[in-house]
Design a protein around this ligand. Structure first.
Ligand SMILES: [Zn+2]
Length: 429
């Protein structure tokens, strides 16, 4: 049951929890197996069942102090916890009036088997969510023909971005965060709401804080964007790698180009792998006021069927007093996110995470490898202002890829994870 719940987790935040849970389960399992090395009835863990165990239980029963007492071995009739009847049963057993206890604990059968290296959770490396694909063998054809999986191995991608640091985002943060996907919050930093501690919590929860400028002015200003970046760095300790232009004004494109990997505009549209969408005026879907969940589902369903990335631009939720532009119902938003999550094959993540994958894929897919002996060497460059610790999921017809002198592990989900920071990869036969 627990394993089933664990396996139904699909997203990055849950993966960390999953890993920790597994560790705790292994620990508990180990402890419970250790405990079973003492015979049932050995309430003081002396190694044998004798009259001292009966006395230990009897003393405990009347609240007298005892030296060693292990109740997990003491409830020998498996009834009403440990009580004086258990002490009597152990005494009877000791004088051989009975040859067994009314019950025996079930021998725990380990249901969790250690994960073999080949299928090791790749999130340990990239932090990307794991697609549902599984049991895929490492290709053993001719070394070469790098294929970069679109959207980290998912059918499509969705980024939900929230603008202006509106109070209806802050007030509803716990419900938003409970959806357990990474969002992007574009902070308009001269507003008092931008100083709210909720944004520090958002960072801890894995969400992205992006730049929506300091003054939210229509006309682009490098210093205005820099002031917002400095605010976010100093206040929340993170570097914004993406921005959203106030009003989607296209004058911000050149300011963004020299500072960020992408700038979200407000024009409608979606993005395909390796396409020529302008990274500094990326399209999005801006739901109308009170948009229904089904209207929003239509956008993500379409991205799913077309293998595209749909960005949402949302300003806030109905029922607040922040005057958010075109607010939507939080319940409708929860429904649409739940809908996308339930499909299981869509990647929901921040603009930074999906954008870095989209841009990284474009950078690496342009590369023609050079031959060095029997090896193929792929070298690439990354866009300016590119965030560190980003990965791509790739496969080859055959061969084994190396980075930093070490072979990369094949994931049974159908890919290798390659570090973009390394900027080079060697494919060996
Ligand atoms: Zn705005």
């Amino acid at each position: 049951m627990i394993y089933k719940i664990l396996n139904e987790s699909n997203f990055a935040g849950e993966k960390k929890v999953k890993k920790n849970l597994l560790m705790v389960l292994y620990l508990l399992l180990t402890l419970s197996l250790m405990a079973q090395t003492f015979p049932f009835g050995d309430a003081n863990h002396s190694g044998t069942v004798d009259i001292v165990d009966a006395l230990t239980i009897a003393r405990t029963y009347v609240n007298m102090p005892v030296e060693n007492y292990y109740p997990e071995e003491a409830d020998v009739n498996c009834l009403d916890g440990v009580n004086i009847v258990d002490a009597l049963l152990i005494a009877q057993y000791y004088v051989k009036l009975i040859d067994d206890f009314p019950c025996k604990p079930e021998t725990p059968t380990p249901t969790l088997t250690p994960v073999p290296e080949e299928t090791a959770d790749p999130n340990a490396i990239s932090g990307l969510p794991t697609p549902q694909t599984s049991g895929i063998a490492k290709p053993n054809g001719n070394p070469g023909n790098m294929v970069i999986l679109n959207w980290a191995g998912f059918k499509g991608a969705v980024s939900y971005t929230f603008d202006d640091a509106n109070s209806s985002q802050i007030n509803n943060y716990s419900r938003l965060n409970a959806l357990d996907v990474n969002f992007t919050f574009y902070l308009w930093t001269s507003r008092s709401e931008a100083s709210n501690n909720i944004w520090a919590q958002a960072v801890r929860d894995g969400h992205e804080l992006g730049n929506h400028t300091q003054s939210h002015q229509q006309n682009a200003s490098g210093s205005d964007a820099d002031a917002a970046t400095n605010f976010i760095k100093q206040k929340f300790g993170v570097t914004p790698y993406t921005m959203a232009a106030p009003y989607g004004d296209t004058s911000w494109a050149s300011v963004a180009q020299s500072r960020f990997i992408l700038n979200r505009g407000v024009n409608g549209g979606s993005i395909a792998p390796n396409d020529n969408s302008n990274a500094f005026n990326l399209p999005c879907y801006l739901p109308p006021s009170n948009a229904s969940a089904s209207a929003m589902n239509n956008m993500t369903d379409s991205a799913r069927s077309q293998g595209k990335w749909q960005i949402f631009c949302i300003h806030g939720f109905t029922g607040g007093s922040d005057g958010a532009y075109q607010p939507i119902g939080l319940d409708q938003f929860e429904q649409t996110v739940t809908h996308v999550k339930s499909q299981g094959d869509m990647w929901i993540d921040s603009a930074e995470n999906v954008g870095a994958y989209w841009l990284g894929q474009k950078s690496v897919s342009r590369v023609s490898p050079s031959r060095s002996g029997d090896d193929l060497v792929y070298n690439w460059t990354l866009p300016a202002n590119f965030p560190p610790k980003k990965y791509l999921r790739v496969k080859f017809d055959g061969g084994t890829p190396y980075q930093n002198g070490s072979p990369l592990a094949w994931s049974a989900n159908g890919y290798y994870e390659i570090s973009l920071d390394a900027k080079t990869l060697t494919l060996k036969p």
